[in-house]
Design a protein around this ligand. Structure first.
Ligand SMILES: [Zn+2]
Length: 376
């Protein structure tokens, strides 16, 4: 990870770069600020810059020296990652026990937060923590001399999730650091870090990203997203690329739901049983949770179309694509069928929630929709 790989944060990068260049990188540094803005990437870029043997005149790591290659492939012998983990029956669990999951996580979700990590660990019992066994592991690793006459770096994610025993153990090496060791902590909620630790860290505020930058990022990463849509998503995201990405993914899901809903209504109107059968198979394949979201979405669409038919514009909550479809479709949703259509979809949701066969339920929805959509 080079500094130039990270969008934005120019002043933060400048400060970090100057700390290294002037040999004043503190023993224990904290990057703090809102989640989803790229703090972990800054920490990684800093470690790579520190270790790079051929820094560029622009103040970045070269990306090609052996040390940079090691960093980019998660093989830097002098860099250790610490992060919250689950015990899962492992006594004296450390981050090393979860390193494979962690590397995948960093690669796939460079804009990250605790909730995303938690969902990745797919855990039902216990909260991920940084346990005292991790502090022992860190101390053990920092004791050894470095391999290339270089700094040993610990990148510790979410110090707010350290157990007090762990914090007490680490306090010692923060107060009396070993030579040539650096600890870089990354926190989304610095107010929750134990005060004894927090007071000993040199802090850098990593700010929210500007809306323009988030908009640009969305346009680069979500094909087909229009600029006005990207702008409004960026405004909602409040400077967090992580939030912007999740909003954009939700938009993607609602596009898929709209497409599925349109086809259901169209095929039902055309009384095309063969294709309705294929449609129900496709809907069933969404899986139970997504299918239930689709059924809730469809109920909303029926309701909105009915309201549109009543010409009560102020009550409409439709995005542009939904509105374009509904402008033509709404005359078909009337007092004659609105309640029965909604009941049909709600009943299907109850059946799916009760583990009924999704394909059978959805075919039933499709066939009954034929009867409910009258030809004019
Ligand atoms: Zn390099």
């Amino acid at each position: 990870m080079k500094f130039s790989d990270i969008p934005g944060h120019e002043s933060e990068k400048r400060r970090l770069r100057e700390m290294v260049d002037s040999d004043r990188l503190p023993h224990a540094l904290l990057l703090q600020g809102p989640s989803g803005t790229g703090k972990m990437m800054l920490a990684r870029a800093l470690a790579q810059y520190l270790h790079c043997t051929s820094r560029t005149p622009e103040g970045d790591s070269c990306g090609t020296c052996p040390s940079c290659i090691q960093h980019q492939t998660f093989n830097s012998i002098d860099t250790h990652f610490s992060f919250p983990v689950l015990k899962n029956g492992i006594s004296a669990v450390t981050s090393d026990d979860w390193i494979a999951e962690w590397r995948d996580f960093l690669t796939e979700s460079p804009y990250m937060d605790f909730a995303l990590w938690l969902s990745r660990l797919k855990n039902d019992n216990g909260q991920p923590r940084i346990f005292v066994s991790e502090a022992d592991s860190i101390i053990h690793k920092l004791q050894f001399t470095t391999h290339h006459n270089n700094y040993k770096v610990v990148i510790l994610w979410l110090p707010e999730r350290m157990n007090p025993e762990c914090a007490n153990s680490l306090l010692k090496i923060i107060e009396e650091p070993y030579p040539d060791t650096r600890i870089i902590m990354v926190s989304d909620h610095p107010g929750e870090i134990l005060p004894t630790i927090y007071s000993r860290l040199q802090r850098i505020d990593v700010k929210r990203l500007p809306d323009d930058l988030v908009t640009r990022w969305l346009l680069d990463n979500y094909e087909g997203l229009s600029e006005p849509d990207a702008r409004s998503l960026a405004r909602l995201a409040d400077g967090s690329i992580l939030r912007a990405a999740s909003e954009a993914a939700m938009t993607k899901e609602s596009q898929m739901f709209l497409d599925l809903f349109i086809r259901l209504m169209r095929l039902a109107y055309q009384r095309d049983i063969a294709r309705l059968k294929a449609w129900s198979g496709e809907a069933a394949a969404l899986g139970r949770e997504t299918l239930r979201k689709f059924l809730a979405y469809s109920q909303r669409m029926v309701r909105e179309n009915f309201i549109m038919n009543l010409h009560v514009d102020s009550l409409n909550y439709l995005n542009r694509a939904e509105w374009e479809f509904s402008a033509r479709f709404s005359p078909f949703i009337t007092t004659d069928n609105v309640i029965r259509l909604i009941n049909l979809l709600a009943g299907a949701d109850t059946d799916i929630a009760g583990n009924a066969n999704a394909k059978v339920v959805m075919l039933d929805v499709a066939v009954k929709s034929i009867l409910l959509l009258k030809h004019k």
